[in-house]
Design a protein around this ligand. Structure first.
Ligand code: SF4
Length: 344
């Protein structure tokens, strides 16, 4: 039955769709073209489940809608190797497949997801309003506007912003936010205030690397008061940031030992919202979907894509994801991820 749906999908998608070896590309002016395929009628697909019972495994999924980014972090492990992205109708169908398979929470990431504000907003809307998922976004915080928040903020439960340092020269050295006069820390404060205004849970992510592992961020984090603060040990992945031929980054000089990572976490242990995730914890415990809605298997030190869920269904693609469900449970992958709906 799944193959039948996939075949129909192949007929309905544009001629250059991802499954004919080409690509549904949208360029820089893509936002006005999001609904180009408005005749895409997934009601014609009927039943969406693929009869694989994976509901316990796919409760929380991360979807990198595009690799495009306006920052240039030296340790980035999801680099801009292409500018591809699904159009709204394709991504929407993929979200419906995930919902049918049991996904309860979707996290939109990138790249920088706010580079495609309309696509991001419309996906938040259908994920929340139509599919009843909890919706989270991870962003570098630089492109979030009040206008977007006024339009789409009500569909977002959690907004996470990456903050590796409160020192502008360290941010500049990392590549997060341009030159040494960059205003990354101020932008984060602004995003936190917008989250408060819209009843969105504010979260922080920090990548601990050789440039920030000795920093004391206690005062600033206390002021920002995120409801969760994740600290990740910088991760080297072939094909992304390992410095091998073809990789866009070489993050080897930014690596920290487990001892250095633990020292950073210990220094901030009074911040009860801190959740440390070293390389062993994070590498395979996230379900990652790339811009073609393919799960990414990081278990062998690179990112090997599965077949797309739009092509083979969630269950079969999941078999190729290298996902460590036990570690997902161990790291507390399921948590209180819904905003207070009485705010709306
Ligand atoms: S902001 Fe994120 S996606 Fe962009 S370069 Fe930095 S780490 Fe990579």
């Amino acid at each position: 039955m799944r193959n039948f749906y996939a075949a129909i999908l192949g007929l309905l998608l544009p001629a250059t769709d991802a499954f004919s070896g080409g690509w549904s590309r949208t360029g820089a002016n893509s936002s006005s073209r999001l609904h180009e395929t408005s005749d895409f009628d997934y009601k014609a697909f009927g039943e969406l489940t693929d009869h694989s019972d994976v509901s316990n495994l796919v409760r929380s999924v991360n979807y990198f809608i595009s690799r495009e980014c306006n920052y240039n972090c030296k340790f980035c492990f999801h680099t801009e190797t292409n500018k591809n992205k699904f159009q709204f109708e394709q991504a929407h169908y993929g979200l419906r497949l995930l919902k049918a398979a049991g996904t309860l929470k979707i996290n939109f990431a990138g790249g920088e997801p706010f580079i495609n504000p309309q696509l991001l907003g419309e996906l938040c809307k259908v994920a929340s309003e139509e599919l009843g998922m909890a919706v989270s976004i991870i962003s570098n915080g630089s492109l979030i506007t009040s206008k977007w928040m006024n339009l789409y903020g009500k569909y977002v439960d959690v907004l996470g912003v990456s903050v590796d340092s409160f020192d502008s020269s360290t941010n500049a050295a990392i590549g997060r936010g341009g030159d040494a006069n960059n205003k990354h820390a101020e932008r984060v404060l602004r995003v936190r205030d917008m989250c408060c205004q819209h009843g969105i849970l504010f979260k922080m992510n920090t990548v601990v690397c050789s440039l920030n592992w000795e920093e004391d961020m206690n005062t600033q984090v206390e002021k920002l008061d995120p409801y969760r603060w994740k600290a990740f040990q910088v991760l080297i992945l072939e094909g992304e940031n390992s410095g091998r031929p073809g990789d866009l980054r070489n993050a080897n000089a930014l690596k920290v030992s487990r001892h250095e990572f633990d020292a950073f976490c210990e220094r901030h242990s009074a911040r009860k919202m801190l959740i440390p995730e070293n390389n062993d914890v994070m590498q395979n415990s996230y379900l990652l979907l790339d811009e073609e809605m393919r799960f990414l298997d990081c278990s062998n030190g690179g990112k090997v894509p599965s077949e797309s869920i739009l092509k083979v269904g969630v269950g079969r693609a999941l078999q190729q994801a290298g996902f460590d469900h036990e570690m997902f449970e161990k790291r507390g992958g399921v948590y209180d991820w819904e905003r207070d709906k009485s705010f709306d």
